[in-house]
Design a binder for this molecule. Sequence first.
Ligand code: PDD
Length: 280
Amino acid sequence: RIAYVNGRYVAHADAFVHIEDRGYQFADGVYEVCEVARGFIVDMPRHLGRLNRSLTELSIDWPVTRGVLPIILREVVRRNHVTDGLVYLQVTRGVASRDFVFPAGTKPSLVVTARKADPAAAAKRAEGGIKVLTVPENRWDRVDIKSVGLLPNVLAKQKAKEAGAQEAWFIDADGTVKEGGSSNAWIITRDGVLVTRPAEHGILRGITRTTLFEVAAKLGLKIEERGFSVAEAKAAREVFISSATTIAMPVVAIDGAPVANGHPGSITLSLRQAFFDVAE
Ligand code: PDD
């Protein structure tokens, strides 16, 4: 495997950043994960747009010019022979002696890796659906920034795993579902309306979420952007999550209680099917 680290393509096993990188010291950095399907990086312009927003919010400079990053991403995908899988990129504020305030004159660090995934295994997961465990929201209020500071997400997803679930849902103080540890949350009402939380309110604006809006429009499905409670999700016709790594993935149980008949919903599966026709 090959990784890109600060201007060089190096063997994955020899890919290192400095111990005083601020990503390591302070989680002072941001990232993106893009799906690779049939050799193409899915929704790359949107991912780079969100990266730009994350960097701007944290006053981190682009590590390379915006036009060069797609070339690097494609090159890492190519050098790793990834046709289906994902590409990961991380930008941190750079290397400096530990000091909380922004150091002067550091160059942002850029790391890119790519990994193969088996589309057949993903399809199989979608056929079975996944289980979700709810946990109280305990993250900061800037989760709209795709920061590498993911300790609450790590702990929540670990707790989910220990409970036999594959995703954790962060629940707001008012009882509404925010999002997953690494995905956005959706329900489909008895009337067949898609419901997902507004992206302005304490969630990450998922790229898959945005593209699914277009997929839904193509399929003639209505979307309501509003909060929904755990009880509403449990009683919904269908429930699913979305992310670059899962696309639309059916949820068949919440906190051990089955959703609908406990099987993946047909609308979710048709959204999943149609996704790749719309994504670019
Ligand atoms: N996570 N919400 C959170 C907290 C996420 O971490 C992610 C993605 C999403 C979905 O965003 P998108 O559709 O752009 O992937 C929502 C990635 C996949 C990860 O951390 O691995």
